[in-house]
Ligand binder design. Structure first.
Ligand code: GLA
Length: 432
């Protein structure tokens, strides 16, 4: 009898121990890894079309992205932003607006996949999206399941209508749901930096917005006031966003990027401003999500967004966000450490007149504690390649200290002319 009791006790204990090892149903699940080793690239409908989106527009955009070489350049995500939602059914499952997308979301995903593109979609952690369509609050697992069924590859998750919602919990919940749904989906957090996601979201999402919404403006726009004298909402300019995003560089890295919002290139700024905006986003290792009308753009816009050497700065495998070395009057000097000892270097001119800048490398020495890299201009010779001026021949830096090229200039361009609101951008490669 005693033996039987002991046996039963041992069995009970063993089954209890096994149970304890099982996952609790609400235990956190890891985010999908390997989806954003370099910042994601693609296109989103929001900046140009807002909620005026439909299947025809998206298919035409996809066709043009292939035709113009944008997919080859790396822009693989085609993201529907706000405005695709239809109604929830009786069980609470979400459906697409079949007037806008008569063939359905699954057919759209199949079409994009057949073209080498991936489908992105948009939702919100609150009761409603910012344009007042249905939000995912209380439907997180159902929505993630639906996205996976459709073949979605990317989710931007917004933060409107989230009274009393805990941000860390809400984003972790959707991360878990996406994991549980079984399809790798890049998770783009969009709560505008309100709750400092850079401090807690590295294992939740693949990028997080660091600022409010961008506008089609290079310099800050003046504040306007309503009839009660209260300041009205205004979009952020390219330079304001760069100011907010730059100091957060320590938090970015492969798989988890600072997101200074989608691009406004081609939406109405000057060609120079577009170039500066695009270059700054690349220097900051930002997700490059185009926001213009792909079916109707100028050759200049196309040239800007497909400059492979500037894109390579953004996509550099080291994944180190660049730094602003200094602001001097209207000029900003930026550096970004790249693989193989290379550096990207650019000068942005925020002023109204062109400036001729003397490229005195000794005065531009960088000692970057974050990456542990220094430019060592006193001992390393660099080949310097101008990335926006294709006709400029690369030249070699003149080294004042030691170095085998001491005193030699391969080309006598040791100065750069930077136009108003324009940028000069270079890749520096050590002479081996
Ligand atoms: C918020 C986001 C924008 C966009 C809109 C859609 O403002 O920050 O990027 O997604 O919502 O309504």
């Amino acid at each position: 009898m005693k033996k039987v009791i002991l046996l039963i006790a041992a069995l009970l204990l063993a089954s209890f121990a096994a149970g304890a090892q099982q996952r609790r149903p609400d235990a956190p699940l890891p985010k999908w890894e390997g989806l954003a080793d370099t910042p994601q690239m693609g296109w989103s409908s929001w900046n140009k079309f807002q909620t005026e989106i439909n299947e025809k527009l998206i298919r035409e955009t996809a066709d043009k992205m292939v035709e113009l070489g944008l997919v080859d350049a790396g822009y693989v995500y085609l993201n529907l932003d706000d405005g695709w939602h239809g109604e929830r059914d009786e069980q609470g499952f979400v459906h697409e607006d079949l007037e806008k997308f008569p063939s359905g979301m699954k057919a759209l995903a199949d079409y994009l996949h057949s073209k080498g593109l991936k489908l992105g979609i948009y939702s919100d952690a609150g009761t409603n999206t910012c344009a007042c369509y249905t939000g995912s609050l209380g439907h997180e697992y159902q929505d993630a399941f639906m996205y996976a069924q459709w073949g979605v590859d990317y989710l931007k998750y917004d933060w409107c209508y989230t009274n009393n919602v805990n941000p860390r919990g809400a984003y972790a919940l959707m991360r878990n749901a996406l994991r549980k749904a079984g399809r790798p989906i890049l998770f783009s957090i969009c709560e505008w930096g309100s709750n400092k996601p850079w401090e807690w979201a590295a294992d939740v999402g693949h990028s997080w917005r660091t600022t409010g919404d961008i506008g089609v403006c290079f310099l800050p726009v003046p504040t306007r006031y309503d009839q009660n004298g209260r300041p009205m909402w205004k979009p952020l300019s390219v330079l304001e966003i760069a100011d907010i995003n730059e100091p957060l560089r320590q938090y970015a890295g492969p798989g988890h990027w600072n997101d200074p919002d989608m691009l406004e290139v081609g939406n109405g700024m000057t060609a120079a401003e577009d170039r500066s905006h695009f270059t700054l986003w690349c220097m900051m290792a930002a997700p490059l999500i185009l926001g213009n009308d792909i079916t109707d753009m100028t050759p200049e816009t196309l040239a800007t967004i497909t400059n492979k050497e500037v894109i390579a700065i953004d996509q550099d495998p080291l994944g180190i966000q660049g730094l602003r070395l200094k602001k001097e009057g209207d000029l900003q000097y930026w550096f970004k450490p790249l693989e193989d000892g290379d550096w990207a270097f650019c000068i942005v001119n925020a002023g109204e007149a062109p400036v001729t800048v003397d490229l005195d490398w000794q005065s531009l020495e960088v000692n970057d504690e974050l990456s542990g890299r220094t430019t060592s201009f006193d001992s390393v010779n660099y080949t310097v390649k101008d990335l926006w001026n294709a006709s400029a021949k690369p030249f070699t830096t003149l080294v004042k200290g030691k170095g085998k090229l001491r005193g030699q200039m391969v080309q006598n361009t040791a100065s750069a002319v930077v136009g108003s609101h324009d940028v000069a951008c270079y890749r520096l490669s050590p002479v081996k």
